[in-house]
Design a protein around this ligand. Structure first.
Ligand SMILES: C[S@@+](CC[C@H](N)C(=O)[O-])C[C@H]1O[C@@H](n2cnc3c(N)ncnc32)[C@H](O)[C@@H]1O
Ligand code: SF4
Length: 396
């Protein structure tokens, strides 16, 4: 079934998916502008945790709950919250939704958006016209979202140079405002959430885990166990982004229960480059974990191209080939500014343009189309007059 969406602004995600951020805000997807409130964590005095006006709600145990009592919801309520209902109706009417600006910004400049790629990904398995037809006049959609991205807290052992608090508790342990705690986990003790997940386990088909570091999150293990215990794991595809510097053996007892398991192992360079970016990780530990995990699951290298690894991409791609792994270089670092390749001096940009073109040609010669396309997009991003117009595809 290949099909056009019923309107030019429709995205399938508000009908099938819910995202839940590390600090307890629900979102339409992981690039939903309404979900992020990072500026609150820059305040020295404890701020009011006011939710953005177009947010779809917050979890009961989140810090937002006390300051937004009317917006406290469970998963199913958030999926049919007033803003989520408005979003569906606006999309069906062909209107734009401010929370989705990240996607429109790319589309308006000829780049592929997350909305477009996700619509394509589900075009063969989800009937978009049927979703539109079954949407109630008030925008509600009476189904459980089969694709969930719940970030079970920010627990992480690393402080990668391009990451920050509150995403990583490793950064939080080193640098955070006095009023907050290093570890944030609004879902682990949320009994209503766990009851909802158990009740609807038979309807779940896809899970994405990130964080924080998923292999350190108690909530992630509880989620896997819930699906196994209820006999539903065999219907579920699971996908991770992991730093793969921790790999508890107990994951391998659980993985065979699932329909499929994919791990995007974050790797931004080889040897010293890896260790400079992913502090205080050890390259040898990562390599051993890659070799262990790739025997059991589909594993690829997830690269965040930035100033500190531009000249190490050649070695990184060689390592991927030696290990028989694919590489995804779409998640280009835009922030922090000083790590972005867009801010290199002109002379270095000229040399890097030649390097990236050579690498892309080398990939072409190997019939390795994904890295080739990503390297060309990276070069375009680096050389664009307004680089934010050409961000390569990929969520964080
Ligand atoms: C936030 S991490 C969470 C999962 C896990 N801890 C990991 O590192 O894979 C998800 C992905 O975002 C990437 N990332 C972190 N900071 C970033 C930034 N400032 N810009 C772009 N990607 C970033 C990481 O390299 C990783 O591949
Ligand atoms: S491992 Fe992931 S969550 Fe942890 S600091 Fe690095 S990028 Fe951030």
């Amino acid at each position: 079934m290949t099909q056009p969406p019923p309107s030019p602004t429709m995205c399938v995600l508000p009908w099938i998916h819910l995202c839940a951020s590390i600090d307890g805000v629900y979102g339409r997807c992981c690039v939903d502008d309404s979900m992020y409130h990072n500026e609150l964590y820059e305040s020295e005095a404890e701020p009011v945790f006011k939710l953005n006006a177009d947010a779809v709600g917050c979890a009961p145990n989140s810090r937002y709950a006390q300051d937004n009592p009317d917006e406290v919801r469970g998963l199913t309520e958030a999926f049919n919250s007033p803003n989520m209902r408005r979003t569906r109706l606006a999309m069906l009417a062909g209107e734009r939704v401010s929370a989705c600006d990240y996607c429109y910004h790319r589309e308006d400049r000829g780049a592929t958006s997350y909305r477009q790629s996700i619509n394509e990904r589900f075009a063969d398995t989800v009937d978009f016209a049927d979703l539109a037809e079954r949407t109630a006049p008030d925008g509600s959609f009476e189904e459980f979202p089969f694709f969930l991205d719940i970030r079970f807290g920010n627990t992480c052992n690393l402080r990668c140079v391009m990451c920050a608090y509150p995403v990583s508790s490793g950064w939080g342990a080193k640098k955070r405002p006095k009023w907050s705690s290093a570890v944030i986990d609004p879902y682990r003790e949320d009994e209503e959430l766990w009851a909802t997940l158990r009740e609807n386990a038979h309807l779940i088909r896809r899970l994405y885990f990130a964080g924080g570091e998923p292999f350190m999150q108690p909530g992630h293990f509880a989620m896997l166990d819930l699906l196994i215990e209820t006999g539903n794991a065999e219907n579920v595809d699971i996908v991770y982004n992991s730093n793969l510097t921790v790999l508890p053996e107990k994951v391998f007892d659980r993985f065979p229960h699932f329909k499929s398991v994919g791990i995007g192992a974050s790797c931004d360079g080889v040897g010293e480059v890896f260790e400079r970016i992913r502090q205080p990780a050890k390259w040898d530990v990562f390599v051993a974990n890659v070799r262990r995990a790739k025997t059991e699951v589909n594993l690829w290298l997830q690269v965040a191209p930035q100033r500190l690894n531009l000249w190490g991409l050649r070695d990184l791609l060689l390592f991927a080939r030696e290990e028989g792994l694919d590489a995804d270089l779409a998640n280009v670092v835009q922030w922090p500014d000083d790590l972005s390749v867009a801010n290199l001096p002109d002379e270095e940009k000229r040399r890097a343009t030649v390097e990236l073109a050579e690498l892309a040609e080398w990939c072409d010669g190997l019939d390795w189309s994904k890295p080739a396309a990503h390297l060309r997009a990276l070069s375009a991003f680096m050389n664009a007059a307004d680089p934010s117009e050409l961000i390569a595809e990929g969520g964080v």
